[in-house]
Design a protein. Structure first.
Length: 328
């Protein structure tokens, strides 16, 4: 009886030790994953936004787009009143013709004086030559005015600079726009990317070119990408610029230090055609390190070996693919 109790007590102790060791290993894996593994839930889908501003001012007379519409590069967005700029072009062309006529008269006078030879004083010949030079300069200036007026007339038609999507408000007919002030924004559809804000304690496992898995909130399919760049500097909140160019450091120091967030840019490699890309969406970014790749490869090999040992049936193939996807 005592022997049985002894074996029972030893078994309990051994089982307790096994449970403690397994729990410690699991706890270490959890701590290592959540504290040091290169992944973050603080990710955002980003894109370049081009603010379209007219080069000339005036009333909008025509709008060819609607809110949130997809546009192509070079597509007409809206047109500014062209009447004033057409009149300016006609005035510049009339001025050019006038100066060309004056130049032609100066050239004829210079040719006659030159043909008369010694009958014309040298001073008179020089003055006629000067009038020709002045006429040529005036005609060139008028040509520049014509080109400028023609350019302004062309700039009354505002086109999309890139392929993309309009913002949520297109301009309206009758609005007055000024030169240099943005009227509409276009999201460049070819510039979508993901920025992951990693804690500085997780940067040791991140290298340029590493594969990345992105899970956008609300989507069931993960996106594939790679690390494109890591920011070289972030703002120092404890130091401010001083007028005398000397360092102005905050004298108050908090002993509780939180890890800074470092932006890491991820370029997208695979995006499904029906995936809804919207700049600003929240994403979870996980960098696939060599250890993760080896572990996933071993899981995939194990899963493929298990599938190969089973008979190939129509029902087992989807199950095997789901198992492989779950292991990744």
């Amino acid at each position: 009886m005592n022997v049985k109790k002894t074996w029972f007590s030893a078994g309990q102790i051994l089982l307790t030790l096994i449970v403690v060791v397994v729990a410690a290993l699991v706890l270490w894996r959890i701590v290592n994953y959540y504290m040091f593994s290169p992944w973050t839930r603080d990710g955002r889908v980003r894109a370049d936004v081009i603010q379209v501003a007219p080069d000339v001012g005036g009333l909008i007379t025509r709008v060819d787009v609607a809110d949130n519409q997809q546009v192509k590069q070079g597509q007409v967005l809206f047109v500014i009143d062209q009447a004033r700029y057409a009149l300016a072009l006609r005035l510049a062309e009339a001025t050019l013709e006038q100066r060309k006529a004056t130049l032609a008269q100066a050239k004829r006078e210079y040719a006659r004086n030159l043909a008369l030879g010694n009958l014309v004083a040298a001073e008179t010949l020089e003055e006629s030559r000067t009038r020709v030079d002045q006429g040529e300069a005036a005609a060139a200036d008028a040509q520049v005015q014509v080109d400028t007026a023609r350019l302004n007339l062309q700039r009354t038609t505002i086109v999309s600079p890139v392929d993309g999507y309009l913002n949520d408000r297109a301009p309206r007919v009758g609005e007055y726009v000024t030169a240099g002030r943005a009227v509409v924004a276009v999201v460049d559809m070819h510039s979508f990317r993901v920025d992951g804000y990693f804690e500085e304690t997780r940067l040791h496992g991140i290298q340029i070119g590493q594969p990345v898995e992105i899970t956008v909130m609300g989507e069931t399919r993960a996106l594939r990408g790679h690390v494109q760049s890591i920011v070289a500097a972030i703002e120092d909140r404890d130091r401010q610029a001083a007028p005398n160019l000397l360092p102005n450091v905050n004298p108050a120091f908090s002993w509780v230090r939180l890890a800074q967030r470092i932006p890491v840019r991820v370029a997208l490699d695979e995006v499904p055609a029906d995936f809804r890309m919207i700049a600003g969406r929240t994403a979870t970014v996980a960098v696939r390190t060599e250890a993760n790749n080896d572990r996933q490869a071993s899981h995939a090999n194990h899963a493929s070996g298990a599938v190969a040992s089973q008979p190939a049936t129509g029902a087992s193939a989807p199950a095997a693919s789901q198992a492989a996807g779950a292991s990744q």
